[in-house]
Design a protein around this ligand. Structure first.
Ligand code: GDP
Ligand code: MG
Length: 439
């Protein structure tokens, strides 16, 4: 998606304003990029229409170039398309809140049950899981094991009882135990079929759930639109959970859900671990789709770890492109301290799925980087240009840190790349430049 959009922005370089004429080509690129990202055609049509109208309407803002303006319009429309704001889960006013999960087989429903319980427990709510997938004994075992993992009771009645009956019994049990939230797992099929829908309808009648959440695999391409439409028409959903966002999904599913059902994505799953479930932020998703990475999350996570003043200082430096090796070190260390490098790396543009091996690799390269930065003089750390300009200095750093000159070159280049990238990320699309290292 990103490269297609870049082509769109590039076509506007040198133009003064956005006009009906000069946006035709970029809009064609955007349209193609969205289709390639597996957004369904009707959604793409409406989106392109909305962006075109918006774009031509916007007045010229001083200092903002047309391509930046178009980026902004596209970003804003993407955010709107995905529901604008974060949609919170709804809780019952009295009695247990009941969350019914539905979705095709293998999308992550059972995993979501446990993740959701873990997520809600952190908010101080007591939870109970109900095993409604009666077709495979392994499915019940899976839920029981996951329940133990997050320390939440699981109600199971074996494979002989009807799911709607299990639902009723589970709910009774939860009421007796004064449980706050009941999460019902259900069976999925590989494809939508009548049996599954009928069963879900029956379970829904038995539970009268507060939330009916459709679990959608982010890798679902074009079919996501039809899938969401059908589930919504058949059983009536209140929202969706997008899973496997840690994979190299192209984002199409995220764009279709709200548009075709009117129901928001409420949560996203970003991995197989219990803590990998979080609220869905339309603005961050728009950033990810536009290939700008999840800056907001990144900055926020960094802020949690760094002292507030440090973070503000850093932000100022990024804005003024003064980001130097001291900041680089501070930031990389902060990131490392966050423990979960995975998540953060996933937010950096250009980095997709991260494996444990890659995390170890990242930690190792942090050590190497630290060694090299420590071998720099204070002046060099503050003015990375000195190193970019002087092969002699780079050679000295290499020798003192016991690394190769190539590694030092790489580090210096990386800093400048980061400067440019971060500056772009902060919303101003002004290009900085990456100096070529002199020899
Ligand atoms: P169900 O058939 O809908 O109940 O799906 P499961 O919960 O059994 O999940 C199917 C597979 O997807 C399992 O191997 C899960 O570990 C995996 N899975 C679930 N959610 C995620 C996620 O957010 N990211 C990744 N990478 N894998 C996931
Ligand atoms: Mg399951």
């Amino acid at each position: 998606l990103t490269s297609g959009l870049e082509a769109a922005w590039n076509k506007l370089k040198g133009e003064e304003v956005l006009t009906k004429e000069n946006i035709v080509e970029p809009m064609r690129d955007i349209r193609r990029a969205l289709l390639e990202a597996d957004v369904s055609l009707p959604v793409v049509r409406r989106f392109v229409q909305a962006v075109s109208e918006q774009a031509v309407g916007v007045g010229l803002i001083r200092g903002v170039k047309p391509d930046q303006q178009l980026v902004k319009v596209v970003r804003d429309e993407l955010v709107k398309l995905m529901g604008g704001e974060v949609s919170e889960l709804v809780f019952a006013k009295s009695g247990p809140t009941v969350i019914l999960l539905a979705g095709l087989q293998g999308v992550g429903k059972t995993t979501v049950c446990a993740k959701l319980a873990y997520y809600l427990k952190k908010q101080g709510k007591s939870c109970m899981l109900v095993a409604g997938d009666v077709y495979r004994p392994a499915a019940i075992d899976q839920l029981v094991i996951l329940g133990e993992q997050v320390n939440v009771p699981v109600y199971a009645a074996g494979t002989e009882v009807k799911p709607s009956e299990i639902a009723k019994q589970g709910l009774e049990e939860a009421k007796k135990k004064n449980i706050d939230v009941v999460i019902m797992d259900t069976a999925g099929r590989l494809q939508i079929d009548k049996g599954m829908m009928d069963e879900l309808k029956e379970v829904k009648r038995a539970l009268n759930p507060t939330e009916v959440l459709l679990v959608v695999d982010a890798m679902t391409g074009q079919e996501a639109a039809a899938l969401v439409t059908t589930f919504n028409l058949e059983i009536g959903i209140t929202g969706a959970i997008l899973t496997k966002l840690d994979g190299d999904s192209r984002g199409g599913a995220a764009l279709s859900v709200k548009e075709v059902s009117g129901k928001p994505i409420k949560l996203v799953g970003r991995g197989e671990r219990m803590e990998d479930l979080e609220p869905f932020y339309p603005d961050r998703m728009a950033g990810r789709i536009l290939g700008m990475g999840d800056v907001l999350s990144f900055v926020e996570k960094a802020q949690e770890v760094m002292k507030q003043e440090d973070a503000e200082e850093l932000q100022k430096k990024i804005m003024s492109a003064k980001f130097d090796f001291n900041d680089f070190l501070k930031q990389t260390r902060a990131v490392a301290r966050m423990g979960s490098m995975t998540r953060v790396l996933g937010m950096i543009p250009g980095m997709g799925k991260v494996t444990p091996a890659q995390i170890r690799e990242a930690e190792k390269s942090l050590k190497i980087m630290e060694g090299m930065i420590e071998a720099m003089t204070p002046e060099e750390r503050e003015k990375p240009e000195l190193l970019a300009e002087s092969p002699v200095r780079r050679k000295r750093v290499a020798q003192e840190s016991g690394k190769t000159e190539q590694q030092v070159n790489q580090l210096v280049a990386q800093l400048f790349q980061m400067r440019v990238r971060m500056k772009n990320l902060m919303g101003v699309m002004e290009g900085g430049s990456i100096p070529a290292l002199s020899n």
